[in-house]
Design a binder for this molecule. Structure first.
Ligand code: CDP
Length: 231
């Protein structure tokens, strides 16, 4: 039995450790990790910088035509940085200003069509881990392994607080709690590809799992899917 390259789709609520797991899996497996949320964040950054009116479909289409997104591997982070029209956008896309608007932008149909087409293109060679909200449901409905991650709300708030506080001492726990709740609400109730667990996704609650435990558990699942695949 030989291991085949597969597609791993990881979806779930805001800040429940999807990207940490996805990055570690990709490093272990020699796969490509794509953070689909970074694409929606980069598009939002462009819209904010250029004062694009989100409610005007023509303005949105014109703006999308001017956006070129690409991923470039960053050795230091062991993950890819997102480039917005040849500029490394990674330092700006996690800022609160972007977080406050990204779910509104990601709910726009034209924005999703634009991002999903590129995401599907990146999966053609398999050997990819992608995390987001609609990866197992819309982007890769035939992915060999689908995970739906969740964690207790307070655990998620504190994880994100620690992450952001490292570079921004002005950030408050309340601000983060509000943002996570708002994004989860918009993401789960929007019309286009709402956040939901695919029927064949495995639910992974990592509230009480260490990073190592979580990685071990998922690597076992990968081994199973990659060796048992019929083809
Ligand atoms: O903060 P966190 O890492 O949990 O979120 P993210 O993965 O960076 O995604 C930011 C936002 O992009 C989400 O709140 C969604 O509104 C949107 N998103 C989406 O709609 N579909 C995806 N596949 C990924 C992200």
């Amino acid at each position: 039995m030989s291991a085949h390259k597969i597609i791993i789709a990881i979806d779930g609520y805001s800040s429940c450790g999807k990207s940490t797991l996805a990055r570690e899996l990709a490093v272990k497996l020699g796969y490509n990790y794509i953070d689909s949320g970074a694409m929606y964040r980069a598009i939002t950054l462009y819209f904010l910088r250029n004062s694009v009116d989100f409610d005007n479909p023509e303005a949105v289409s014109r703006a999308l035509a001017d956006i070129n997104l690409s991923f470039v591997f960053n050795e230091h982070r062991q993950a890819s940085d997102i480039y917005l029209n040849d500029e490394d956008a990674e330092p700006y896309i996690r800022e609160m200003l972007v977080s406050e608007k990204v779910s509104q932008v990601a709910a726009i149909k034209a924005v999703r069509t634009f991002a999903v087409a590129q995401q599907q293109q990146m999966g053609t060679g398999k050997g990819i881990v992608m995390d987001g909200r609609d990866i197992g449901t819309t982007v890769f409905p035939a992915a060999e392994l689908k995970l739906f991650m969740t964690a207790a709300p307070e655990v998620r708030v504190m994880r994100r607080f620690k992450e952001l506080y490292a570079t921004n001492h002005a950030i408050t726990i309340e601000e983060i709690r509000h943002n996570l709740e708002l994004r989860d609400y918009i993401d789960a109730t929007r019309e286009e590809s709402p956040l939901r667990q695919a029927t064949d996704a495995i639910l992974l609650d990592n509230s009480n799992l260490s990073r190592e435990e979580q990685l071990e558990l998922v690597l076992e699942l990968v081994k199973d899917r990659a060796t048992n695949r019929l083809n």
